[in-house]
Ligand binder design. Structure first.
Ligand SMILES: C[S@@+](CC[C@H](N)C(=O)[O-])C[C@H]1O[C@@H](n2cnc3c(N)ncnc32)[C@H](O)[C@@H]1O
Length: 315
């Protein structure tokens, strides 16, 4: 079974790790996952590029060619470079040993140059060869030039809008698949709908503020996306609950966004109508946690500034 590696950014490491696990399990529930700090090793039939395309916090990823206890590589290990024009070597040191990374990279480069006709290209190589060191084992792997990820554009912005990364992570944490449908009953400027459609997931947005609905529509239009927008109270989702598989939403905070009632009232009313059997990822102000005593599979706390920490609840 092919093995691949994913080095995650250390911002939001818990979220990033759970996101990768959720994506991997969504594609292949028999996949084997090993976590070594911010390095994730996956044994799965799913190609690492598929997983990387969905994930938010992957810094580097690729395929593993060999595990090694020392540093011995021979010609056979460089087969992958046989028909390659250019390459670069990268050493990732996640071990507690001090390593001379530039020296290792350059000696590995020299070794590869002897075995192949490929030339070193630091800026835009066809193949990046990785040596990853951990305290237990070392990995030798590679990645090919990745097609640039196109991110949805946004022409209409608003102070309360959610960061696209947290939005994308919430969608991934509930493992919505391509072709499924998501509902955001507090869609605002449409961040969730844009992220969702960029991953091939259909979306329905609801917002009681007509100005927000217009902004969402505009943002969808410039990306040629087709999500439905309903100008209504979030309660509308009960009527359309057969039309979606999951809810991903960011509830009002009661400051820059208009709200029909106080944030705690909105949250309380919202919880009371959540349809059964749906995958749910919701975000709200952490202060509301003790008042609501919400049960879920998992909660994450995201510090934004001294008066705002958000909770992400996965159900
Ligand atoms: C925090 S904002 C959502 C921001 C959104 N995630 C974005 O990126 O733009 C909350 C939204 O809830 C909407 N809202 C407040 N009360 C509502 C209600 N009762 N029903 C539907 N929408 C409501 C507000 O108009 C606002 O757009």
């Amino acid at each position: 079974m092919p093995e691949s590696f994913f080095i995650l950014s250390k911002d939001y490491l818990e979220l990033a790790t759970d996101e990768i696990i959720s994506i991997v399990k969504m594609y292949d529930r028999f996949a084997k996952i090993k976590i070594i700090s911010n390095l994730i090793i996956i044994q799965s039939k799913t190609n690492w590029k598929e997983i990387t395309k969905r994930a938010t916090f992957v810094k580097t990823s690729g395929q593993i060619l060999r595990k090694m206890s020392g540093l011995f590589l021979d010609e056979d290990n460089f087969q992958v470079l046989k028909n390659t024009k250019s390459f670069v070597c990268r050493v990732v040191n996640l071990s507690s040993n001090q390593l001379n990374v530039p020296e290792l990279e350059s000696s590995m480069g020299d070794m590869i140059s002897k075995f192949t006709h490929a030339k070193v290209n630091l800026k835009n190589p066809d193949i990046t060869v990785y040596l990853i060191f951990t305290n237990k084992e070392n990995f030798f792997g590679f990645s090919e030039k990745n097609e640039e990820m196109k991110h949805p554009k946004k022409s209409k912005k608003y102070p309360h809008e959610l960061d696209w990364k947290l939005t994308r992570v919430m969608i991934n944490l509930i493992g919505l698949k391509k072709g499924e449908t998501l509902c955001d009953p507090f869609c605002g400027t449409g961040t969730t709908l844009l992220e969702s459609e960029s991953m091939g997931i259909n979306a329905i947005g609801i917002d009681f503020d007509v100005k927000m609905c217009e902004m969402s529509k505009e943002n969808l239009k410039i990306n040629s996306y087709k999500s439905k927008i309903l100008n209504s109270d979030f309660q509308e989702l009960v009527k359309i609950s057969n039309d979606f598989n999951g809810i991903v939403t960011d509830l009002p905070y009661g400051r820059s966004s208009k709200a029909s009632e106080k944030p705690e009232e909105v949250l309380k009313r919202f919880i009371s109508i959540i349809p059964k059997g749906k995958k749910i990822a919701i975000m709200y102000k952490k202060e509301l946690d003790p008042k609501m005593k919400l049960k879920g599979l998992k909660k994450y706390h995201i510090y934004r500034h001294k008066s705002l920490t958000r909770t992400i609840l996965i159900k």
